[in-house]
Design a protein around this ligand. Sequence first.
Ligand code: SF4
Length: 294
Amino acid sequence: MKVFLAQNSGFCFGVKRAIRMALEVAQQDRVYSLGPLIHNPQMVEDLKDHGIEIASHAGDMRSSTVIVRSHGISEMERQILEQNGNQIVDATCPYVRRTHEIVKEMCESGYPVMILGDAGHPEVIGMLSYCEGDKEVVSPDFDPAGKTWHKLCLLSQTTMQMPDFLALVGRLVPHCQQLMIFNTICLATTERQHATRKLASHADLMIVIGGRNSSNTRMLYNICTAVTQTVLIETATELSADLLNNRQIIGLTAGASTPDDQIIIVYNKIMEINGNGDRVTEINAIPIFKEESC
Ligand code: SF4
C-alpha cells in the first residue's frame, strides 16, 4: 500500500495570516472572532486556549478587540462593530477583499452582479453587502434559459471549482450583450483542487481531512467522490482497518483550514493500522503525489 498527499494540501496563505494576526493580538488582549476564525473544530478549541473567543453576532461585543476572519464580514456587521466601539483587527484575505472591491465598483457602474457560490456562506454574504443594486447568487447548475441581460458582471466565491465557473460562463454568453467576467477563484484553491483531482484519479481511496463545516473541504470531497471512493474525516479516530484494507494507493488531501499536525496524525495512524513502522513528524516528510509516483 502506498500513501500520498496531494500537493498544496492544508493551510492557505489567507488562513495562516488570519491565525498569525489573531495570536499576535491575543498576547495583549482578549480577542473575539465573529464566527469561528477557521472552519476546523479542533483548531477552534486550540485557539480558545490562546484566549480567542467566538461571538455569534456583531452586536454581541462592546469596546472589545474583534478579529475579522479571512473570508470577511458584511458592511452592516462592520458598521455595528464600529458603532459599539470595538477595535477591529481586519484579517480579511486580500483575495476576498478584491471581490468586495469588484462588486462595489461594478454595482456602482450599473451592472447587475451574479456570484457563483453558496448563498448562505459568510464570504458570499459579505460580497453581496457591497452591492446595493441587482444581485443574485447562483449554483453551478444554474440554467439561464429564458433570461437575457443587457449587461452583467459575473464573479465567483473564492473556493468554487474552475470547471464549474468556465461552464457557467459558456452558458451565460449567449444570453448577454455584455458580460464582464472576473476570475475570483483564488489560485491556492485552484491548485489544491487540481492536485487533488490528479491524485484521486490514481487512488482507490481518497481521505479528505478537514472540518465538515468548511466549504473548501467539502468541495475537495465532491471532487474526489466523482472519481473514486472517498471519505471526509475531521480526525484520525475516524479511520478503521476495514476502510484501509486491500488498498493499493491511498490519497490524502486537506482543506485550507486543516493544520499540518492533523494531516501528520492521520498519516501516522494509517501507517499504524497498516502495521508499518514509518512515522513522520513533519508534513514535508509525507510523500507528495507526482504523476511519476505510480
Ligand atoms: S482559500 Fe484563497 S481566498 Fe480563501 S483565505 Fe485562503 S488564500 Fe484567501
